[in-house]
Design a protein around this ligand. Structure first.
Ligand code: GLU
Length: 276
């Protein structure tokens, strides 16, 4: 059974790109008689806003989607602590006190997801009294698992290249997990079999495959769909003037019709032609 999910973060309103993502995930599941889950990714407590979650439900309903709600990340903190403890006990995490400014001052290599951590704290004894983040020792982690592969519906078979992102933070200074750790733990707990999201998270999936191997979690398939851009070729964002779904809804636009248009863009020859 195919189980997909849409996992919005309540730190901004949803826009057309989110609608596209939700429709792709919804249709891939429903067409195959599977389940479509929605998970609110509110791990970032400081930036999460409750009123946006209410807005999300209204937006998805307006698009004509039906979904199953699974618990939000803020109610699953224990499971992230447990996963981090497991990795720490394996000797794969090290504490880091560097600030972003300090990292940028080292003139780091810029990877697909931002600066690659230069490893400053890896070999020093830290005073763990102050706030620390915990980073994955990528070299050790990859030695432990050996080569891994994963499968994307559209891009085909992939050899894991988790080191693209360097020694990523898995436990943030201010939160019990980072997006990467939380989302891997949740996808396993929710029984997700097809991780459906935008192509901007493609490199993250290499890391997620590694985390699944380290934590002994089931390995899903992935479906990274293309991104929608605005007229000037930039990713859609409300701050750059792309209207939110809530704006469109409140202006009286027909959400079901919009959903149909997005569906045609996503699956121009019908969904059954998409490989599973
Ligand atoms: N919460 C992420 C976002 O809103 C989505 C991550 C995912 O689908 O894995 O960008």
């Amino acid at each position: 059974m195919i189980v997909t999910r849409f996992a919005p973060s309540p730190n901004g309103s949803l826009h057309l790109g989110h609608a596209y993502s939700a429709i792709v995930a919804h249709d891939l599941a429903h067409e195959a008689g599977g389940r479509f889950l929605v998970r609110v990714e509110d791990i970032d407590g400081a930036r999460s806003q409750d009123h946006l979650v209410e807005q999300f439900w209204a937006d998805l309903e307006w698009l004509g989607l039906s979904w199953e709600c699974v618990p939000a990340q803020s109610s699953r903190l224990e499971s992230y602590l447990k996963a981090a403890e497991q990795l720490r006990a394996m000797g794969l995490l090290y504490p880091c006190q560097c600030t972003r400014a300090q990292i940028m001052a080292t003139d780091p290599v810029i990877g697909p997801d931002g600066p690659i951590y230069p490893g400053t704290c890896k070999h020093v004894e830290l005073d763990e009294d102050g706030p620390v983040a915990w980073r994955l020792d990528m070299q050790k982690a990859m030695q432990r698992t050996g080569p891994l592969s994963w499968e994307d519906n559209l891009a085909g078979p992939q050899q894991m290249q988790a080191d693209l992102l360097g020694d990523v933070v898995l436990v943030r200074k201010d939160e019990p997990a980072s997006y990467h750790l939380a989302s891997v733990v949740d996808d396993a707990a929710d029984g997700v079999t097809l991780v459906t999201r935008g192509a901007d998270l493609f490199s993250a999936s290499h890391l997620h495959r590694l985390l699944q191997a380290l934590l002994d979690l089931p390995v899903p398939r992935w479906h990274h769909h293309r991104l929608l851009f605005d007229a000037s070729g930039r990713k859609l964002a409300k701050r750059r003037g792309s209207p939110s779904l809530a704006d469109r809804r409140e202006a009286g636009e027909d959400g079901v019709l919009l959903g149909q248009q997005l569906r045609l863009q996503a699956f121009p020859s019908g969904i059954s032609l998409q490989p599973h």
